[in-house]
Write a protein of this length. Structure first.
Length: 281
């Protein structure tokens, strides 16, 4: 089922995600399309929208805090030697068209617009695929092209002087529960051990659900993971971890993340097996 302003993703006829195309949001939140709610096959919601702790966290999507100085993440901007600062520098991601729109996915064009005009053109491909009776996969690819005549670069609070805050790119704001979720990779466990490091996959495990994130291309796997569990539950793939990411005129940045959405608490063996199934050609 689809509408003018949203797409409902389905797996074997079951709704598992709602994609909001044209959200009505304040400029400070860096308005952008997002997926929320995303649910397990049993119906457990595993995303949050504008939670009290970070009102600019919008389910699942792409957000970058610094595109040549413009904020496409929302909230305050981290300024070197000043810290988080309220600035009137927010951009927005605007839906342009759907090339494809089916119950199990879509292909969309978006315009990343700020005060100077359009900075980036994005092609976003999203697909939902069943894996088992209790797990499905969300395949999310985004391609960002510099449509200006000048060089652009993507940054993060980390590249602007805040260590450990290299958020920006694909980001999943997960369900907040009374107890913080567990997080692990194939060979590490805990927020301090997995945050800021690369790994083929990373699993976030809540009370009755598990999310397993995997870079589905070699270039994507080179990006370190941004992980939060104690302050809030969220996982992202960092486009600008140590250095700004240059995007020359006409050039394109492409990343692909596949996320396994499962009922139950998966162990390492189960998580790895589902990732292999989800990412296999």
């Amino acid at each position: 089922m689809t509408g003018n302003d949203s797409v409902v993703l389905r797996v074997a006829g079951r709704p598992v995600g709602r994609y909001v195309t044209r959200p009505e949001l304040r400029a400070r939140l860096s308005p952008r399309p997002y997926l929320h709610p995303v649910t397990t096959l049993a119906g457990t919601a595993v995303t949050e929208l504008s939670p009290a702790d970070h009102t600019h966290h919008l389910g699942v999507g792409v957000a970058v805090p610094d595109v040549e100085g413009f904020n496409f993440w929302g909230g305050r901007t981290y300024v070197r030697d000043r810290g988080p600062t309220e600035l009137d520098n927010h951009g927005s991601q605007r839906h342009a068209a759907y090339q494809l729109r089916d119950p199990d996915g879509f292909v969309e064009e978006l315009r990343w617009v700020a005060a100077p005009g359009e900075l980036l053109r994005e092609r976003r491909t999203v697909a939902a695929t069943g894996l088992t009776e209790t797990a499905w996969a969300l395949d999310f690819t985004f391609s960002l092209t510099n449509v200006t005549s000048a060089p652009l670069s993507l940054g993060s609070p980390a590249t602007n002087g805040r260590p450990g805050a290299a958020y920006g790119g694909f980001f999943w704001r997960a369900r907040k529960e009374e107890t913080a979720p567990d997080v692990l990779t194939a060979d590490a466990e805990g927020e301090s051990e997995v945050h800021g490091r690369t790994a083929d996959w990373i699993a976030l495990t809540g009370s009755t659900w598990t999310l397993v994130f995997a870079g589905a291309t070699e270039r994507t796997r080179q990006d370190p993971w941004f992980v939060r569990t104690a302050a809030y539950p969220g996982v992202g793939s960092s486009l600008a971890h140590t250095d700004r990411l240059p995007v020359p005129p006409g050039e394109t940045v492409v990343r692909r993340i596949v996320t396994v959405v499962a009922d139950g608490r998966l162990d390492r063996t189960e998580a790895a097996a589902l990732v292999r199934k989800a990412v296999s050609p």
